[in-house]
Design a binder for this molecule. Structure first.
Ligand SMILES: Nc1ncnc2c1ncn2[C@@H]1O[C@H](COP(=O)(O)OP(=O)(O)OP(=O)(O)O)[C@@H](O)[C@H]1O
Ligand SMILES: [Mg+2]
Length: 264
């Protein structure tokens, strides 16, 4: 239990000695950390530190040259990102990745694709079954739309939405996959204060109401310190700090590399 009464469980994801190189660039150097069930785990550090690369390793998008990814107590073999997603991981991206011409509702529906059993062929053969399945999916999606308070824009093409709402739709799509672990790469970048407050509240509510474990990359230190249970600090591909917000705030190496200077 944390001081505010939330339940933190056993280790959900364990990153062990991860090293990732792009040609001559070592984006991640021998980093280990774990994420416990139910916690909000932040990853912070200066631009180019390797935070997004780490999330890409977690989601199976990049395969590290060295190291092991453990998930729910088992070593994860090399997998395609969609297979990783099926294991219960969903994410949002640093640069919004939505279908601009599609409605909010349809964009969120795509978040359920990993869970749909009926492929195109079976849909053609068993229209009834596919339809029943689609209705069930739609019901879940409507719940998420209510939860994130975006009912009034459900039919709006995403391309017409202001930035802050697009970010919220991206969160909705990730939630539609009902992930065990939700990974958010700078969900508040470019937002104004009010939008950040809304997004912070939604992240806390998701964690609280669905018990979703959350990994969060964020530059706004106020947000990180408020939301997270534990923080990993990266700098030039190395891990330079790991602990509670108070611990990393008082870590001299972290202050020198990151906290002491301004960031966007
Ligand atoms: N696909 C890629 N090919 C080559 N180099 C890459 C690739 N992705 C990342 N890098 C390099 O790896 C390093 C880490 O980049 P990464 O995007 O992970 O940093 P970051 O911590 O997310 O930074 P930011 O805060 O700016 O988003 C950088 O030097 C970057 O140029
Ligand atoms: Mg990044």
């Amino acid at each position: 239990m944390t001081p505010d009464g939330r339940r933190i469980g056993p280790v959900l994801m364990d990153m062990r000695h991860i090293t990732l190189r792009f040609g001559g660039v070592t984006a991640i150097k021998d980093i280990s950390f774990d994420i416990r069930e139910g916690e909000i785990r932040a990853i912070i550090g200066p631009n180019g530190a390797g935070k997004s690369s780490m999330m890409n390793v977690m989601s199976g998008f990049y395969v590290p040259q060295e190291g092991e990814v453990w998930f729910r107590g088992a070593r994860r073999p090399q997998m395609r990102p969609y297979q990783v997603a099926r294991q219960g991981l969903a994410r949002t991206f640093q640069n919004i990745a939505l279908f601009d011409g599609m409605s909010v509702l349809d964009n969120i529906m795509t978040g359920r694709l990993t869970m749909m059993k009926s492929g195109l062929l079976s849909q053609a053969l068993w229209w009834g079954r596919a339809e029943a399945e689609e209705n069930a999916h739609r019901e879940k999606v409507e719940k998420i739309i209510d939860f994130l308070e975006i009912q009034n824009i459900r039919k709006t093409p995403v391309g017409r939405l202001p930035y802050g709402l697009k970010k919220r739709v991206e969160l909705a799509r990730a939630l539609a996959a009902e992930p065990k672990l939700l990974m958010l790469d700078e969900p508040m970048a470019g937002m104004n204060v009010e939008e950040k407050e809304d997004m912070s509240r939604f992240i806390l509510d998701v964690n609280d109401e669905f018990g979703t474990t959350i990994a969060l990359i964020e530059h706004d230190m106020g947000v990180v310190m408020d939301l997270s249970d534990r923080v990993v600090v990266m700098d030039y591909g190395r891990k330079i700090g790991d602990g509670t917000p108070d611990e990393v705030r008082n870590n001299q190496e972290v202050i020198d590399a990151y906290l002491g200077v301004a960031h966007d």
